[in-house]
Design a binder for this molecule. Structure first.
Ligand code: ADP
Length: 179
């Protein structure tokens, strides 16, 4: 099963895999920590694949607060840019859904400001930060839908899910979206 749906001329896609291996995507999103350091999880994978220069460029932009997004070059990654978003810690940064939605809105608007055509997100906050994946996917897709009208250059919005269960949850949420 692999779905792709188009709303307002923008394609929404889910992929199962590693976000550091998406050469057809202009900008990938990092589920960053406030300090914009390498750390673990998807951030660790992105910094490893990009090389040490990514941290050198990113850290002076920190600390960032929940919902904020900043952009850097992508160095050794096969993409043009990385957008670093700080997701909410579930149960701590309330209201979580507002901060999580802000991540998606701000990342999409930043990608559009840089005139990029494609963006890939991981499931922000659903790892170490503990956001239940189905709730997070609903908030994320709702925020994406609400932002589509503001986008001029972005034509492809992709989720890259590491785990099969997370991928299936995103496929289900995507299949139920109402325009
Ligand atoms: P957070 O601190 O925002 O919760 P994590 O990095 O802990 O961020 O996890 C976010 C999601 O990213 C989790 O679902 C995790 O399984 C996933 N993930 C980890 N590594 C990768 C990767 N290389 N590509 C895509 N997703 C990844």
């Amino acid at each position: 099963m692999k779905m792709s749906r188009t709303f307002k001329d923008i394609e929404l896609i889910n992929r199962q895999g590693d976000i550091t291996k998406q050469p057809d995507i202009a900008v990938i999103v990092n589920a960053a920590n406030a300090q914009l350091r390498a750390g673990g999880g998807v951030a660790g994978a992105i910094h490893r694949a990009a090389g040490a220069e990514l941290e050198r460029e990113a850290v002076p932009h920190g600390p960032i607060s929940p919902g904020e997004a900043v952009i850097t070059k992508a160095y050794n990654l096969p993409n043009q840019f990385v957008i670093h978003c700080l997701g909410p810690v579930y149960g701590r940064d309330k209201p979580e859904e507002m901060y999580l939605a802000n991540c998606y809105r701000n990342a999409l608007k930043l990608a559009d400001k840089y005139e990029l055509d494609s963006i890939a997100f991981p499931a922000i906050s659903t790892g170490i930060f503990g956001y239940p994946v189905k709730e997070a996917a609903s908030v994320a897709y709702q925020a994406i839908l609400e932002t589509l009208d503001d986008l001029k250059t972005v034509k492809k919005v992709c989720f890259v899910l590491f785990g099969e269960d997370d991928f299936k949850v995103h496929e289900e949420v995507l299949s139920r979206l109402k325009p």
